[in-house]
Design a protein around this ligand. Structure first.
Ligand code: UTP
Length: 278
């Protein structure tokens, strides 16, 4: 039912400098696949095959990754390595890719508004590729699409985090509607532990209704002078219902070195098992 998924990928990735000086953070590989590809596969598993990517300067590698590489294909065609390109070929066959550039990094809310031209007037998914999610059963975005089918409103994915880490996240307050689904009454961006209403933190998965674009347009810059999606969702929650969904599965914060290494270890074990079976 939801066809489009937006990937805001214009950030500087300063926590990974110097690796991200001339390479997008989203192209950093976890074992043998770049972060963005895990995200695109999750979107496809949720039925969202129209992929929109908000890029910035120095991010051309993203568009090149989701394109045919004739020389490479020619070089390895007919060899034992051909299988390595199979999953990317499937993505290219089944998805469309559109790009737009965020010229100034004015925050995640602004990046999403920049993507309006790719989305238009329909509900859409949002994936922040540096949050790498492994769903239990369905992928996380597919789990959220099921909730959307029932309630037809914006939804943010949340997870419980330790109280001393709430300052890194947007945090929600709300009442539980059904198991793991909350109606949001309040949201705070990066609160101090004393100011945090709960330890339910927003992670990088959203389903948004298209009225969010008008709301972002009227959202003033918030923390760090950036236009925060949390602030826009707070306004939307006051006007309509916005839900938070405690997803089933695991998330790796690959925007930090610690989370990146954890994800690498996790996927290396899977990779090793596959190798042993071959
Ligand atoms: P982050 O807060 O992780 O920022 O952005 P960052 O620049 O990517 O990384 P650090 O903190 O400097 O290491 C969260 C997501 O929002 C996107 C980023 O690309 C990332 O996917 N984003 C953020 C934009 O696309 N534009 C912005 O102006 C800000």
């Amino acid at each position: 039912m939801i066809r489009k998924c937006l990937f805001p990928a214009a950030g500087y990735g300063t926590r990974f400098l110097p690796a991200t000086k001339s390479m997008p953070k989203e192209m950093l590989p976890i074992v043998d696949k770049p972060l963005i590809q895990y995200g695109v596969e999750e979107a496809m598993a949720a039925g969202m095959n129209n992929i929109g990517i908000v890029t910035g300067r120095g991010k051309r590698a993203l568009a090149d990754h989701f394109d045919v590489s004739y020389e490479l294909e020619h070089q390895i065609s007919g060899t034992s390595k051909e299988g390595m390109l199979k999953c990317i070929r499937k993505i290219l066959n089944e998805c469309t890719f559109s790009y737009t550039r965020q010229r100034e990094m004015k925050g995640l809310g602004h990046a999403i508004l920049t993507g309006e031209t790719l989305i238009g007037q329909e509900p859409f998914g949002v994936i922040l590729a540096d949050d790498l999610c492994v769903g239990e059963g369905d992928g996380v975005l597919a789990q959220m699409a099921k909730i959307y089918a029932k309630y037809r409103c914006s939804i943010v994915a949340i997870e419980e985090v330790p109280h001393d880490e709430v300052h890194k996240y947007g945090v929600i307050d709300g009442s539980e509607l059904e198991d793991g689904v909350y109606v949001i009454s309040d949201m705070v961006e990066k609160p101090s532990p004393e100011d945090a209403p709960t330890n339910l933190a927003i992670i990088g998965r959203y389903i948004l209704t298209p009225d969010i674009f008008d709301v972002i347009r009227e959202t003033p810059p918030g923390r760090n002078g950036e236009i925060q999606i949390t602030d826009a969702l707070q306004i939307q929650a006051k006007r309509n219902m916005v839900l938070a969904y405690r997803f089933k599965g695991q998330r790796f914060d690959c925007g930090s070195v610690h989370g990146f290494v954890k994800a690498t270890n996790h996927f290396y074990e899977i990779w090793k098992q596959n190798e042993e079976q071959v």
